[in-house]
Design a protein around this ligand. Structure first.
Ligand code: RP5
Length: 167
């Protein structure tokens, strides 16, 4: 990857409110661990829909390759984002106070045919970052190697758990 490609954001991380950031920052951290630059923005599908259209419709032209969108409650941000772009969109259901994120999950995952959102688990922003990295790795051998090392480390850590079992 060239230095220029490394420093410009390849992933846009959107969230409906700053209250989503404590969850969503795990996506940015996972991407940073793989050497991928991201940009984070608060843009709401309900409160600032015109800003959302402007951001998403210019995203591919600005070099973004994947968009991660996290929202809670009536979580329309990922779906509306997917409606406005052909970039892959990953949705993160934010855990809500009243329904513990089940509302967010169902709002994000039940998309109509033709407008997919790749939905991760409730609060699973780290997985969203890893999935975005895996999408980017399709055309990037260096990133493929980094991800393979990451998966090998996961396997080692999993095997090591046997050592802590009694008996
Ligand atoms: C959603 O409403 C946001 O994504 C957030 O999860 C939720 C609550 O927003 P705030 O009241 O904290 O701004 O749009």
């Amino acid at each position: 990857m060239s230095n220029d490609k490394k420093s410009r954001p390849l992933v846009g991380i959107l969230m409906g409110s700053d209250s989503d950031w404590p969850t969503m920052q795990a996506a940015a951290a996972a991407l940073a661990e793989f050497g991928i630059t991201s940009e984070a923005k608060v843009i709401s599908a309900h409160r600032t829909p015109r800003d959302l259209e402007q951001y998403v419709s210019s995203a591919a032209g600005r070099g973004l390759c994947v968009i991660i969108a996290g929202a809670g409650g009536a979580a329309h941000l990922p779906g509306v984002t997917a409606a406005l772009t052909i970039l892959p969109v990953i949705g993160v259901p934010i855990e809500s106070k009243s329904l513990k994120g089940l509302d967010s999950l169902l709002s994000i995952v039940q998309m109509p045919p033709g407008v997919p959102v790749a939905t991760v688990g409730i609060g699973a922003a780290k997985n969203a970052g890893i999935l975005a990295a895996q999408i980017l790795a399709v055309g990037d051998e260096r990133l493929q190697k980094t991800l393979s090392k990451f998966k090998a480390k996961l396997a080692e850590e999993s095997r090591a758990k046997n050592k802590t079992l009694a008996g």
